[in-house]
Design a protein around this ligand. Structure first.
Ligand code: ADP
Ligand code: MG
Length: 919
């Protein structure tokens, strides 16, 4: 029959068209997420402020209040912390007098609060405080989990004085009025979210939820219903026609201010198509259904998918076909013209394979029709077409969500669980099959597992409340744990003051011994003036690598060649003779390679350990740091040790003219480019600084004229106890596990050798408190130095996404959930921020002293900086500069990155030294 064929065709959407629908949905979703276009979007993408899904550890008693069309439902849910395997639920349903929905807002909330009181009267709980989750299925402008302004009533509600107000506050106030002081409204939610929350499978969170058709609330065993003896729970239509929600990347939810982690977004996709986007697939039957509905031109998508409407679509198709004389030739169709006489439930019965035909006959006869066998067959075909169309459209919407998630998480393949609720899905396996297979076709890069949800609104609301509570408790504990690492402005000023005091002590001849900051004279009295020329050898010892260099200082440029040599730990921590012999071997190897054996070049030796310098080429090692401990060196002149080794090795072509610290080298090499560079800073394996001090202030050196570079050795700041207030338990642990316990305490808060260790100890503490990795102990994380400082850089880099974090943790055999990653990032941020701020407090003391030395109101100065941590960390330099600006507002400080300061700088010191002596 061509007419029937035409009707069926109109109700069938081709795969190409479904792709198109999916793409339109994705476009609308993006529009809803963006701040600029949110207001005009049909798919509103409302933020829910639910930033986590249940992890199974949720525990306790929770109260849920759900406002339904004609009832208020209260639930008492007990979660046992057992992975939510067996939540216990009791509930009660209160009929709501109709006048309440039309009267004053206050009366509505008073009524709800009275229901709560009556319900609680029959329940005993050991808990002092009872958290309440409020299911409020109206459009709200939510700004927090417990803050939501009602935008507009719908579903026949018209209470005065509620629109524009915070409904959480209204409920809380009404509950207080009932003297229920122990009940706290902690979360407000829409009904979709609950579905997502109840579908979590252990270890595999459910991150998408769909509602298709009505959710009939009490799907729970009768015994849980507290309605009095023999009472039957009424069936409550709880859900909307169709809607969905999913966990979106928080930074993309522009309407909410969260920027890290994820947030559940309520798509409100029922409104999809209201601006005409679906017009090319609408049939005349859809148009009739819309015209007869209470909200014409609204919720066009829902009217094709929601179970409220499927019966109606079939009814209009039947009317049209009867008018074309291809159906019900022998009867009057008058009864068919009444709205809602054909229920969706009947449509679902009709399409069943076994009794479908009989059901069709029965349903049609009930309408006074006398259907033939053929009529029944055609009716069944039409019903199938309408239900299938709903399923395919739903699949297009789901595919849009999945692809959006997959793209925004930058995944090649998304594997995800999807909770589904609603009578279309539960009542009809074919719907689920179509949904699953078409979704697979439209989102081939995603693997979605559909999970049926039962009573998502009730139990789910309890889960949301529980999760909110869990997050709040965890937040408090995390804040408590990290609090000692967070430095206030006053703390930083105190540290700056302490550094200043230690500097003064260190400079004074009598007080020097009492200072933790040694303030060592370097005998470097000038920075380069640009007239330096010649070829030099340089050694760089004291960093991660030992290097030998040749530096050729010409008129316009400096050219360098270098080799990196390994110093094995056995040599670093062996005898001094072996160490210096090894160094000479490396020099000889280098000279051979560079064909420099015949020349005697001046040599600058960058030796980055604290030395008492007695002249430019005379430096007594005070103590080893940074993992070195070679014996027989402390108390010796390192130039002498080098010369003795040369002698042992019969190498007579060495002319050591200067020993410099790497800070000095850095300052010198930057000074070659910028004459204002009078400070050197290192933030690499260790940390240290030097600056140009007035010679007259240096009590440990004779002379009143000019300036001398002071190697502060600030890494030891605090070794005399002056920073004890600021050390956290984690810092103490890190220190206890080093070879120089109690030494270099400031350095151990700041530099690359230690930041990863601090983070590692914090992570272990978080695991122990079950705040991380679900409390699972992880042996690899107990290994010293396994968490490298360079991880902080990758983890904190914006835009790399949390997959990066997950990958790093995976390498450490840690199975990190999304929230674990967010927390690990927070820990890294706290540790690196503190390091940068401490460094800034130290520098503030230096620049302020220089400014005062020179009697200036404003000082403009440049800091030459070296060190991989400073250079590679994404935020360190910015935090350092901001804090310094804040602490020393009268100093205008520029930072100049040194390129190989320790190599070039040593040569330049040698060059400056030779400037006077050679022609
Ligand atoms: P040194 O100070 O020994 O001369 P570097 O300046 O290269 O050497 O610093 C080495 C330190 O930098 C190491 O302790 C390491 O932890 C740290 N580091 C290496 N890569 C990075 C990175 N990408 N981000 C932050 N720190 C890093
Ligand atoms: Mg270095």
């Amino acid at each position: 029959c061509p007419q029937v064929q035409r009707a069926l065709q109109a109700l069938t959407i081709s795969l190409d068209m479904l792709w198109e629908v999916k793409e339109r949905m994705q476009r609308d979703m993006r529009k809803g997420l963006s701040r600029d276009t949110h207001a005009e979007a049909n798919v509103r993408m409302l933020p829910t402020y639910i930033c986590s899904t249940p992890d199974g550890s949720e525990k306790g008693d929770f109260l849920v209040v759900e406002l339904c069309q004609t009832h208020v439902r209260t639930l008492w849910v007990t979660l046992l912390g057992d992975g939510n395997q067996s939540p216990q639920v009791m509930y009660k349903i209160f009929e709501m007098p109709e006048h309440i929905t039309q009267g004053k807002g206050e009366e509505l909330f008073d009524f709800i609060a009275q229901c709560v009181r009556e319900f609680l009267a029959g329940i005993s709980s050991p808990q002092e405080n009872i958290p309440l989750g409020f299911v409020f299925p109206f459009t709200c402008r939510q700004t927090q989990l417990d803050k939501a302004e009602l935008v507009a009533w719908s579903k026949g509600f018209r209470c005065s004085d509620v629109e524009g107000k915070d409904v959480v506050q209204l409920l809380q106030a009404a509950i207080k009025k009932q003297e229920l002081y122990h009940v706290d409204v902690v979360a407000l939610m829409n009904d979709t979210v609950g579905t997502m929350m109840t579908c979590n499978v252990a270890g595999k969170p459910c991150e998408v939820a769909l509602i298709v058709g009505e959710q009939w609330a009490p799907c729970m065993p009768r015994g849980w219903f507290l309605g009095g003896a023999g009472a039957q729970p009424p069936l409550l239509p709880a859900g909307s026609g169709t809607n969905s929600c999913f966990m979106a990347e928080a930074e993309q939810v522009e309407m909410a201010e969260e920027s890290s982690g994820r947030m559940c977004v309520n798509t409100e996709w029922g409104y999809f198509g209201d601006n005409g986007t679906l017009n090319d697939i609408l049939t005349p039957y859809d148009q009739h259904v819309d015209e007869e509905s209470s909200n014409p031109k609204e919720k066009r998508f829902e009217k094709m998918v929601g179970s409220l409407y499927l019966g109606e679509i079939v009814r209009h198709a039947l009317i049209a076909l009867a008018a074309e004389k291809v159906l019900f030739l022998e009867s009057s169709i008058a009864a068919l013209k009444t709205k809602d006489v054909l229920k969706t439930q009947q449509v679902l019965e009709i399409i069943k394979n076994e009794d479908g035909m009989a059901e069709a006959k029965r349903a049609l006869e009930a309408l006074g029709l006398r259907p033939t066998e053929r009529d029944c067959c055609r009716v069944q075909q039409l019903c199938r077409a309408v239900v299938s169309r709903a399923a395919t459209l739903c699949a297009a919407g789901l595919a849009a969500i999945l692809s959006h998630m997959c793209q925004s998480r930058e995944l090649e393949r998304l594997v995800v669980n999807v909770g589904v609720d609603g009578d279309l899905y539960h009542g009809h396996t074919r719907f689920g099959e179509i949904l699953q297979s078409v979704t697979g076709l439209l989102a081939p890069d995603c693997i979605a597992t559909l999970l049926p949800s039962k009573d998502g609104t009730g139990r789910g609301a309890a889960m949301v409340t529980a999760v909110a509570l869990r997050l709040a408790t965890q937040r408090r504990e995390v804040n408590g744990l990290l609090a000692p690492l967070r430095l206030s402005r006053a703390d930083l000023e105190r540290i700056q003051g302490l550094m200043r005091r230690e500097m003064e002590l260190g400079l004074g001849r009598e007080t020097n011994a009492n200072s933790s900051v040694r303030m060592l004279p370097t005998y470097v009295c000038g920075t380069p003036d640009g007239t330096e020329r010649g070829d030099f050898l340089a050694l760089d010892l004291g960093g991660t690598n030992f290097r030998v260099l040749v530096v050729r200082v010409g008129q316009d440029s400096i050219r360098m060649a270098s080799e990196i040599y390994v110093i094995p730990t056995t040599i670093m921590q062996g005898t001094g003779e072996a160490l210096f012999d090894h160094i000479i071997d490396c020099i000889i190897d280098f000279q051979l390679k560079q064909e420099l054996m015949e020349e005697v070049l001046p040599l600058g030796f960058t030796f980055s350990f604290p030395c008492q310098q007695l002249g430019l080429d005379k430096a007594v090692l005070l103590t080893w740091t940074k993992g070195f401990s070679a014996s027989g060196c402390v108390g010796q002149d390192v130039v002498q040790l080098l010369r003795q080794a040369a002698q042992r090795k019969q190498h007579f072509g060495l002319k050591v003219v200067a020993v410099v610290n790497d800070t000095v080298g850095t300052m010198m090499s930057c000074g070659y480019e910028d004459p204002k560079c009078e400070i050197g800073l290192i933030v690499g394996t260790g940390t240290n600084a030097c600056y140009m001090e007035e010679t007259k202030n240096v009590g440990t050196v004779e002379g009143e004229q000019g300036r001398m570079c002071i190697n502060m050795e600030w890494g030891a700041f605090g070794d005399n106890g002056c920073l004890d207030d600021f050390f956290t338990g984690f810092d103490v642990l890190v220190d206890e596990n080093t070879i120089n316990r109690g030494k270099q305490r400031f350095e151990k808060l700041i530099s690359g050798m230690y930041l990863g260790e601090i983070v590692r100890h914090i992570l272990l503490a978080l695991v122990k408190k079950e705040l991380l990795f679900r409390g699972k102990s992880c042996d690899k994380l107990r290994t010293k130095d396994i968490f490298q400082t360079k991880f902080l850089s990758s983890i904190e880099t914006d835009g790399l996404g949390l997959r990066q974090v997950q990958a790093i943790l995976q390498d450490l055999e840690l199975q990190a959930s999304f929230e674990d990653c967010v927390l690990v990032r927070e820990v890294c941020q706290a540790v690196s921020l503190r390091a940068a701020q401490l460094c800034a407090a130290g520098l503030a003391a230096v620049v302020e002293k220089m400014r005062e030395n020179r009697g200036l109101d404003q000082l403009a100065v440049t800091v030459g900086v070296d060190g991989t941590l400073y250079k590679m960390h994404p935020n360190f330099s910015q935090h350092l500069q901001q804090t310094l600006q804040d602490l020393a507002p009268n100093c205008n400080v520029t930072f100049l990155l040194s390129e190989d300061g320790s190599g070039k700088g040593a040569a330049l010191v040698a060059a400056v030294a030779c400037r006077g002596s050679e022609p």
